[in-house]
Design a protein around this ligand. Structure first.
Ligand code: PEP
Ligand code: MN
Length: 360
C-alpha cells in the first residue's frame, strides 16, 4: 500500500466536526425494531446506521440473523431517515447481495479477518467497488493478519478503506469481553497513519457501563470514529444484550466525550507536551538499561545453576518476587494486572536466557 493518504479521502470528504459515528443494533431483528432504532438515531451525530443481518455466533442454536430479508429494511432506513447504512459481510454471496441492495459501507468481522481464504474471497467479490470497506481486527492479537486482510482489499482495487479495533479474545479472565491491547492499535496507527481507524467499544467491553471510558481512551489516542451498538430495549436484544445502549444514552455519550484535536497550535501547550514527551523518552531509555542489567544478573544465576545442575524454574522464588512487586506496584499506582503482565514477560525472558546458558 503506497499512497495511504488516498485511503482516507472518503472520511476527509465528509468534513465532520466530530468523530465518525456508526450506531445501530447488533442484529436486525424485525423491520419494526430496525426502523424504530433508526428513527431514534436520526437527529444525532450518527453517520452510518449499522445492523448485522448475517450473525457469526460462537455456538450453533443461537439467533443467526434474519439474512437477506434485512437488506430491504436497511433500504427503508435510508429512505426514511437519510442515514447511510452498513452491515457485516462474511462471504462472496453476502457481498453480492449487499452491493445489489446498495448498502453504503460493509465491514468484515473479526471471525473473518482471521482467515486469509475468506478475506481473499471477500476481496475478489468486492473487486473495484467504491463502497467503503472496514476491516475489524482478527480475534487474536495478530497485527500482520489484520494488515494482510486490508492489503488483500487494497490489491483488489478497493480504495475507500478503514479498520475497526474491537479488541482481542484471551483465555485469561479480564474485565473486558475482548481486551483492547491499545499498544497494538498504536502500532497499527504507526504503520498506516492515514488509514481511518474506528474503535468498537461495544465488543471490547461487552458491557454498556464501560463504553464511555473506552470511547474516550480511543479518542485520546486519535481514533477517527466509534462504532457503538444501540437498541431501544438493550436487555431484550436478540444478541449482545449486555453491551448495547439506548439511542438516548448514545447521544449522551457523544455529548460527554472530549474530542481532542491531533494538532494544537497553542505554543505553550506544544512546549509542555514536547517537554513531557522528552521526559518519557529518557525514562524509557532507563527502563531498557535496567532490564539489560537485570538480564545480566539472571545470566550469572544461570551459570551457577548449570554448575550445580539445578532446574531453571523455581516457582516458590518466583511467587515471592511477584507478591512483593504487586505490593510495591500498588503503592505507586500500578495495577496488579499490569505488574503481573510485565513481570511475566521479564521472567520469560530470564528463563530463555538461562535455558540457553544451561543447554550451552
Ligand atoms: C458485530 O459487529 O456485531 C460483530 C459480530 O462483531 P465482531 O466481528 O467484532 O465480533
Ligand atoms: Mn454484536
Amino acid at each position: 500500500m503506497k499512497n495511504t493518504k488516498e485511503l482516507r479521502t472518503w472520511l476527509d470528504d465528509m468534513k465532520l466536526d466530530h468523530p465518525l459515528v456508526i450506531a445501530g443494533p447488533c442484529s436486525a431483528e424485525t423491520e419494526e425494531q430496525v426502523l424504530k432504532i433508526a428513527h431514534e438515531l436520526k437527529d444525532s451525530d450518527v453517520n452510518y446506521f449499522r445492523a448485522g443481518i448475517w450473525k457469526p455466533r460462537t455456538r450453533p442454536g443461537n439467533f443467526e440473523g434474519v439474512g437477506a430479508l434485512g437488506l430491504g429494511w436497511l433500504k427503508k432506513v435510508k429512505e426514511q431517515t437519510g442515514m447511510k447504512t452498513c452491515t457485516e459481510v462474511a462471504n462472496a454471496a453476502h457481498v453480492k447481495l449487499a452491493l445489489e441492495n446498495d448498502v453504503d459501507l460493509l465491514w468484515i468481522g473479526a471471525r473473518s479477518t482471521v482467515s486469509p481464504f475468506i478475506m481473499q474471497e471477500i476481496a475478489d467479490a468486492l473487486e473495484g467497488t467504491d463502497k467503503i470497506v472496514l476491516v475489524k481486527n482478527p480475534v487474536n492479537p495478530d497485527l500482520a493478519l489484520w494488515l494482510g486482510g486490508i492489503e488483500r482489499l487494497y490489491t483488489a482495487g478497493i480504495k475507500n478503506l478503514g479498520a475497526i479495533h474491537r479488541g482481542f479474545s484471551t483465555y485469561e479472565k479480564s474485565k473486558y469481553r475482548n481486551i483492547p491491547e491499545w499498544q497494538l492499535a498504536i502500532e497499527f496507527q504507526n504503520k498506516f497513519p492515514d488509514l481511518p481507524l474506528i474503535c468498537d467499544p461495544s465488543h471490547i467491553t461487552g458491557n454498556r457501563e464501560m463504553i464511555f471510558d473506552v470511547s474516550q481512551t480511543a479518542l485520546d489516542l486519535n481514533f477517527d470514529g466509534l462504532m457503538i451498538e444501540t437498541h431501544f430495549d438493550p436487555d431484550n436484544a436478540w444478541s449482545d444484550a449486555a453491551q448495547q445502549v439506548t439511542p438516548t444514552k448514545l447521544k449522551q455519550i457523544m455529548e460527554d466525550l472530549k474530542i481532542r484535536k491531533e494538532t494544537e497550535t497553542d505554543s505553550g501547550y506544544r512546549d509542555s507536551l514536547d517537554n513531557l514527551r522528552a521526559q518519557i523518552n529518557v525514562i524509557d531509555g532507563q527502563l531498557i538499561e535496567m532490564l539489560g542489567k537485570r538480564m545480566g544478573v539472571a545470566d550469572k544465576i544461570g551459570e551457577l545453576k548449570k554448575e550445580k545442575n539445578v532446574a531453571v524454574l523455581q516457582s516458590r522464588r518466583w511467587n515471592e518476587i511477584l507478591g512483593n512487586m504487586i505490593l510495591e506496584g500498588e503503592s505507586r499506582g500500578l495495577s496488579e494486572e499490569f505488574v503481573l503482565k510485565m513481570f511475566k514477560a521479564i521472567h520469560q525472558e530470564s528463563i530463555n536466557h538461562q535455558e540457553k546458558i544451561i543447554k550451552g
